[in-house]
Design a binder for this molecule. Structure first.
Ligand code: GLN
Ligand code: ZN
Length: 764
């Protein structure tokens, strides 16, 4: 067999989010189960057909899901948490969705990020009860493709070690037992597949792209040894993605038939590994050549050259050409975008366009590069045209980023001096109360925005509407008795999109959705050019809000790293440089706010931690520039201007030091669901700046009792000084309803006053 083309996975949402719509209709009871399943089957088969029509030789089956593939795998192994009352046997759709979404009696399983993507998976819960095979899902998928479409597909499954490592509910000592149960189930799946005619299975082990210990590698070795012994008749493609391997030699020595490597994100290092250590003569190399994580058209000249180098090292008949990861992380097709500027549109490649890139590169090897010359030239020209756009060529900006000096990211005075000056300015009470920024985005707010966007209301009318909301909530905050106010963010749909629409260098798509979690899809902005400040973005609302009250009004911005991490980012300059450009633009905004009389400014960085590289050895480099970018955006203000930041829940233990380095005067962090971790973190690291540990969970409509919040504040004060402690909810309140928000905040203020009284007595 000669070189072949393959994919690791393909989007399942459909070009018009048909998947999402079907799911939500089913959940809402608007679609009968059989109709729903029929709709879904149609979607599932269409995407296989599409890949076949595109000329992909080896098409994955089993990469489709009704919610999440980790959940599919857990359910397949009977890992249904007790609380869902499953009695064995087949797991019903109802139970399946309950694990993902919760029901009246049981809370959903936890959700967390899938490696360094913005996709969130359902974390399997291991309970040491016997695992069983409830269904051979890859087999079902394999047979379906074969019988209905005549496609002899490549069954895919999350590999055992990644599955284990991304599950929870066990300690280190339970790992051997877990593995002992997993191996027979995996081998049964594999054996049944090979009996049904499957020749290969793709076992995905992205965990191998992270930093692994010797012990971890030993476990991986043992797993694959046992698995290949128990299922000798099927070939395993051990598929890694999202980065290069750190332990290349150990991984290629595993007793599997093929190794899939990332030659996009991990190109340099994986190529170096291959050149230094070679590649085993008995294995297939799956080359992840086309970037599965970004949306840019590939430079096919470069890619063909890299493939040429690889075919010198490994014979072409042992090479598969693929995207570097599943294409589920990119939107379906550029063809749906009708409003994009032609130059930009021509330089994009979503899932379907990437299929064509893969098949083109394969053709180049089969028929010679002459056969793909036109496609190569077209790709180079498209990128060239993009590079020449004025939006990518702001010489002054290039200059500005290059000439950033250390003092540009350093505030004038050290924290303690600033703190004293700020206290003099604001004269805030002990345990100041505030909120994180947004107030309820009621249906009226959304309607008003939609109307305005459709041109059904004028700018002036919309502005007036927003002002009324602001006024209403300033009055409410007065009434509740909060100390530092916010304007409520009524003018914002999304915390990144809002800024992207006002800064230079961004474009927005119409249908470029990707799944974030469950049926929730996001449409990330595209940073295609230099990011530039055009006009003030938040000054109007903040200044208006401040004019209504004597209490300090917090200006509210999204930070540079979060804007970066929640966008698709140009690939011709480093992420660091893009972030610095955003930081310089935000710096201007912050200066404009300050000049207009806003003296407390919050710069949200909920995605700072998400951007951490997979390998611990690369963390420092990322943190260095990410933290610096935040500081660059905030450092030019006067000592008396108080900079706040906010982060949603993050593991603190390895991160407090970084948080401290942001040098924000005050940080608010989501913590109400993780108090234990937190106390231990602050025991180990003495944090000296202002800090608000969220005192109630904003994800639930429940109004928290005063006493609950008193307890939480007490716990925080066990490890932090009252003089540095702020009181706030966990996160923004935009998803909450009007009444519950007011009731919760009132209780929060009562709880705060109780604590203040206690301290007042102590001080007498
Ligand atoms: N200021 C934003 C809000 O209140 C913060 C949201 C977030 O942290 N994700 O909505
Ligand atoms: Zn938050």
């Amino acid at each position: 067999m000669s070189i072949i083309s393959s994919t690791i996975g393909y989007p399942y949402i459909g070009g018009n989010r048909e998947w999402k719509k079907a799911l939500e209709a089913f959940w809402a009871g608007k679609l009968e189960e059989d109709v729903f399943l029929a709709d879904i089957e149609k979607l599932r088969l269409e995407r296989l057909q599409k890949q076949q029509d595109a000329g992909i030789d080896f098409i994955p089956v089993g990469d489709f899901t009704l919610y999440d593939r980790m959940l599919d795998t857990a359910v397949m192994f009977g890992m249904v948490p007790e609380r869902f009352g499953w009695q064995g046997g087949e797991v019903s759709l109802r139970t399946y969705f309950s694990i993902a979404r919760g029901n009246d009696d049981a809370v959903a399983s936890e959700m967390t990020k899938w490696f360094n993507t913005n996709y969130h998976y359902i974390v399997p819960e291991y309970r040491q009860r016997k695992l069983t095979l409830t269904e051979n899902k890859p087999l079902t998928a394999y047979l379906e493709a074969k019988e209905k479409l005549g496609i002899d597909g490549k069954p895919v499954l999350i590999g055992p070690y990644t599955f284990l490592k991304q599950s929870k509910g066990f300690e280190k000592k339970d790992i051997p037992g877990f593995i002992l149960q997993l191996i027979p189930l995996y081998s049964r799946i594999l054996n049944e597949l090979s009996e049904a005619g499957a020749t290969w299975i793709q076992l995905e082990e992205p965990i191998l792209s992270t930093s692994l210990t010797k012990e971890d590698l030993q476990t991986v070795k043992e797993i694959y040894k046992q698995l290949t012994e128990a299922a000798p008749n099927i070939k395993i493609m051990l598929q890694t993605y999202f980065d290069s391997l750190e332990s290349y030699e150990e991984v290629i020595a595993l007793p599997v038939a093929g190794i899939g490597l990332d030659f996009a994100q991990g190109a340099e290092k994986n190529l170096a590994h291959l050149q230094t250590h070679g590649f085993p003569a008995d294995k297939v190399l799956a080359v992840g050549l086309i970037d599965g994580r970004n949306i840019w058209r590939a430079d096919l000249q470069n890619k063909a050259a890299l493939l040429g180098t690889l075919t010198q090292l490994v014979p072409a008949n042992r090479i598969w050409v693929q995207p570097s990861s599943s294409l589920q992380h990119v939107p379906v097709t550029v063809q749906s975008e009708v409003k994009l500027v032609a130059t930009i549109k021509a330089s994009l490649a979503f899932a379907d366009e990437k299929l064509a890139e893969v098949t083109t590169l394969v053709k180049g090897v089969r028929e010679g590069n002459q056969a793909i010359a036109d496609a190569v030239v077209a790709s180079v020209t498209a990128r060239q045209k993009l590079a020449e756009l004025p939006a990518r060529n702001h010489p002054d900006l290039l200059q500005a980023v290059q000439s950033i000096r250390e003092q540009d990211s350093t505030r004038n005075a050290p924290f303690k001096e600033r703190r004293d000056k700020q206290q003099e300015t604001f004269n805030l009470p002990l345990l100041p109360t505030t909120t994180i920024g947004s107030f309820p985005q009621t249906p009226e707010v959304r309607r008003a925005r939609t109307k305005w966007r459709k041109g059904e209301s004028t700018d002036a009318q919309y502005r007036e509407f927003v002002r009324n909301e602001i006024k209403q909530w300033v009055d409410i905050q007065e009434d509740i008795g909060l100390d530092v106010f916010v304007h409520g963010e009524f003018e914002r749909n999304d915390m990144v999109e809002y800024f992207g629409e006002k800064l230079g260098g961004f474009v927005f798509t119409e249908k470029a959705w990707v799944v974030s979690y469950g049926s929730r899809c996001v449409k990330p902005p595209i940073i295609y050019g230099d990011v530039t400040f055009i006009d003030p973005m938040t000054v109007d609302e903040s200044v208006y809000a401040q004019s209504l009250t004597d209490k300090p009004m917090k200006g509210m911005l999204t930070g540079p790293v979060t804007i970066l991490n929640w966008s698709f980012v140009r690939d011709d300059i480093s992420r660091k440089d893009v972030t610095y450009q955003i930081a310089l633009a935000l710096r201007k905004e912050i200066e404009a706010l300050e000049a207009s009389g806003i003296h407390i400014i919050q710069v949200d960085e909920p995605a700072l931690r998400e951007g951490l590289p997979l390998k611990k050895s690369e963390w420092d480099e990322y943190l260095e520039w990410a933290i610096n970018a935040f500081r660059l955006s905030t450092a030019s203000v006067q000592d008396t201007t108080q900079i706040h930041t906010h982060m949603c829940y993050c593991e603190f233990n390895d991160f407090i030091d970084s948080i401290s380095r942001l040098d924000a005067d005050v940080i608010s962090i989501e913590t109400s669901r993780s108090h234990g971790d937190l106390v231990s973190a602050f025991n180990d690291f003495s944090y000296d700046k202002g800090i608000g540990l969220g005192v109630y969970d904003i994800h639930s409509p429940r109004v928290p009792e005063v006493q609950e919040m008193v307890d939480i504040i007490e716990q925080g004060l066990g490890v932090l000084e009252p003089s540095q402690f702020w009181i706030n909810p966990d996160c923004g309140l935009k998803t909450r309803k009007y009444e519950e928000t007011i009731a919760s905040l009132k209780n929060m203020v009562v709880a705060t006053n109780k604590m203040r009284e206690r301290y007042a007595v102590l001080q007498k």
